[in-house]
Design a protein around this ligand. Structure first.
Ligand code: RIB
Ligand code: CA
Length: 307
């Protein structure tokens, strides 16, 4: 039996973050060392509460949660309650009994990454503020990660918060630029990759599971469709990034150099290839059948007929 994969998830739950976290909890080959939270989809207090509530609902309150940034490096978060609901999740989970640990996200990440050099995979599913602060405050830490998998950016594809920018990068473009220009081993799962793995309303509403974590996932996923009657498709943004962290062969990749626009105009947060030789491993062609097979297997979902 291979050693379990040590994982830390930096997150702004968020319905799709929640599905990714539940996948990690259901994966036998994963040792989830902790969650670090950041504002983004909803304010930090909410994303932290949601992280604690999810772990409690999955019977894993033993996993630590460390609070991170309530604001981006510049300005304020724009939030997306219209997508995730004001509370951030598509159903209200019982109030968590546990609290976040006393150390903040940067200290938590520094401790865990330096305690197990080359062993921890960091999956970043929200604005990259915590990672940028870690680079600033502890420059020797992030390089100790085994891999850094980031959900963010829209490379050669339209954005989802403005015509040119993806939400996580738009929420803190300066942080995204710091991480992408750090020359650290970043795997980027952008909107072009994520748009290859969506599910329709009818597909989602047909799903069933007898697995406790699978059932909780379906409550959130089907709850999302119920809360948003006009939405016909759910895209697995953060779950795809998590899946690629667990099984990199789910996607083909290309090495690219990327730039994030910090211009205070319609290009703010836009992610562009510079054309130069690159260190960023960009997900390209996703094997969607393999992704859905992983999702179905981990959460014991029945009734899947992805098109
Ligand atoms: O653009 C998609 C990303 O923004 C996802 O991480 C989603 O949770 C939101 O944070
Ligand atoms: Ca997210």
């Amino acid at each position: 039996m291979a050693e379990p994969t040590k994982l830390i998830i930096d997150t702004d739950p968020g319905v799709d973050d929640a599905v990714a976290i539940l996948m990690a909890l259901a994966a036998p080959e994963v040792e989830l060392l902790g969650l670090t939270t950041v504002g983004g989809n909803v304010p930090l207090a909410r994303t932290t509460r949601n992280a604690l509530a999810l772990l409690q609902a999955a019977g894993r309150s033993d996993i630590p949660v460390a609070k991170g940034a309530s604001r981006p490096l510049r300005g304020r978060f724009k939030y997306a309650p219209q997508v995730h609901s004001p509370g951030g999740l598509s159903r209200r989970l019982p109030e968590p009994a546990a609290r976040a640990v006393k150390e903040g996200a940067v200290q938590f990440l520094y401790d865990r990454l330096t305690r197990a050099p080359g062993e921890v995979v960091l999956v970043a599913l929200g604005p990259l503020t915590n990672l940028a602060r870690l680079i600033w405050e502890r420059p020797d830490a992030l390089g100790q990660a085994k891999n850094i998998v980031v959900m963010g950016g829209a490379v050669n594809t339209p954005g989802n918060v403005t015509p040119r920018a993806e939400f996580n990068f738009y929420s803190d473009p300066a942080a995204a630029e710091i991480v992408l220009s750090s020359r650290l081993p970043v795997t980027l799962v952008d909107l072009a990759a994520c748009r290859q793995v969506g599910i329709s309303r009818e597909q989602a509403m047909r799903l069933r599971s007898d697995h406790p974590i699978g059932r909780l996932t379906l409550e959130l996923l089907q709850g999302w469709f119920k809360k948003h009657p006009s939405r016909q498709r759910f895209e697995f943004y953060d779950p795809l990034a998590l899946a690629i962290a667990l099984e990199p062969a789910i996607t083909t990749v290309a090495k690219v150099d990327l730039d994030v626009s910090l211009e205070e105009n319609e290009s703010l947060g836009e992610t562009s290839e510079t054309g130069g030789p690159g260190e960023i491993t960009l997900a390209r062609q996703v094997d969607s059948a393999r992704f859905f097979g992983l999702l179905e297997g981990l959460l014991e979902l029945e009734g899947f007929q992805p098109t």
